[in-house]
Design a protein around this ligand. Structure first.
Ligand SMILES: Cc1cc2nc3c(=O)[nH]c(=O)nc-3n(C[C@H](O)[C@H](O)[C@H](O)COP(=O)(O)O)c2cc1C
Length: 336
């Protein structure tokens, strides 16, 4: 990372605290302080957003998924997905793969960046991913999944973890078999999204199935699916008995969740200050054009739920420069 970028990030992340007390749980030898963690989300959980969430209290960072072959063949976009700040540690870099040789080569290349953990994505439902045998396709290929994990565990100097769904569809909810196999293969943590591949992101996440996984294995388990409020964080941990809650969509536009603050208590000036900081960081990281385009989907979530947000939404989605974006926000004051 160029020196100027490092300095800038350091300035933005100086509030990320260093913990001195006992860890909440450990992933192998890696201590984790805290029980709420931002979920990996392609297109959202990039370095700026992860660092903001970490600063608010997310206990570690997961990169979005990166395909093994993309890592091996390089490219700026791929290295941006796996780029992280020291202040984000512990950091898990997440890989999609299904062939031993390619997956190991990709993991070894990612290791050059010094992640604390390598996570294997066994939940991605996207057709182009599963048609290549990756992501949630591995839920139906247990012996292959076991071989892949064992090979990584044997060869990598860091803990290997996995993120799963409950199964391929309602007829094959094999989450207990998958979890036991992963534990036997040496994973140091399992994150469970309480839906099947067929459900994609709809329907209600099944927290009781996640509780069964927690009961079935002795490695730490993260519970994931439908955590949207501070109360949900405590509820999912109580219901499942898991070490922590992994939060995806509920954190977009609401990183205050990690500070255990209700978004309703975050008044407009404070929201606006964070929107501005996040936007500037995106522009700094991606350049103005791409940064603003990528930030649009965050900003509409930051204003969602505020009175008259529907009126400003089209203008926010049309912004092409950070000047436009700030002017649009300045001209709009939510009617409170
Ligand atoms: C836009 C988007 C991108 C996602 N990308 C990833 C990913 O890269 N890796 C992964 O393991 N899960 C990914 N997920 C799944 C989330 O990590 C999480 O399991 C899912 O959204 C359920 O949690 P939630 O109800 O808190 O959103 C993605 C989800 C969304 C909505």
């Amino acid at each position: 990372m160029p020196e100027s970028r490092t300095t800038e990030y350091t300035k933005h992340t100086e509030n990320i605290h260093c913990e001195a007390s006992a860890p909440t749980f450990c992933i192998g030898s890696v201590p984790v302080y805290g029980d709420a963690i931002l979920a990996p989300m392609a297109g959202f959980s990039d370095l700026p957003f992860r660092a903001i969430c970490r600063e608010m209290g997310s206990a570690m960072s997961y990169s979005a998924c990166i395909t093994d072959v993309a890592v091996v063949h390089g490219g700026e976009r791929t290295s941006q997905i796996s780029d992280f700040l020291e202040a984000e540690r512990p950091v898990a870099l997440q890989l999609l793969g299904c062939r031993e040789h390619e997956l190991l080569a990709a993991a070894e290349k990612l290791m050059e960046q010094g992640p604390d953990i390598i996570d294997i994505n066994m939940g991605c439902p996207a057709r182009r991913v599963v048609s290549g045998g990756r992501g949630s396709a591995l839920l139906s290929e247990l012996s292959l999944a076991g071989r892949l994990i064992r090979r990584l565990v044997d060869r990598l100097p860091v803990p290997v973890t996995a993120k799963i769904r409950l199964g391929w569809d309602a007829q094959s909810r094999n989450y207990l078999d998958v979890a036991r196999l992963l534990e036997d293969s040496g994973v140091a943590l399992i994150a469970v999204h309480g839906r099947t591949r067929a459900q994609q992101y709809s329907g209600q996440a099944d927290w009781s199935a996640i509780a069964e996984v927690k009961q079935a294995v002795s490695v730490p388990v993260l519970a994931n699916g439908d955590v949207r409020t501070v109360e949900d964080i405590d509820r999912i941990i109580t219901v499942t008995g898991c070490e922590g809650a992994m939060i995806g969509r509920g954190a977009i536009g609401n990183p205050w969740l990690f500070a255990r603050r209700s978004v309703a208590d975050v008044l407009w000036p404070e929201r606006l200050a964070l929107i501005r900081r996040h936007a500037l960081w995106m522009v700094h990281y991606y350049g103005e054009r791409l940064g603003v385009v990528l930030f649009r989907k965050h900003v509409v979530k930051y204003v969602q739920g505020l009175p008259s947000a529907a009126q400003v939404r089209p203008a926010l989605l049309a912004c092409e420069s950070v000047g436009d974006l700030f002017a649009t926000l300045e001209a709009w004051t939510p009617e409170l």
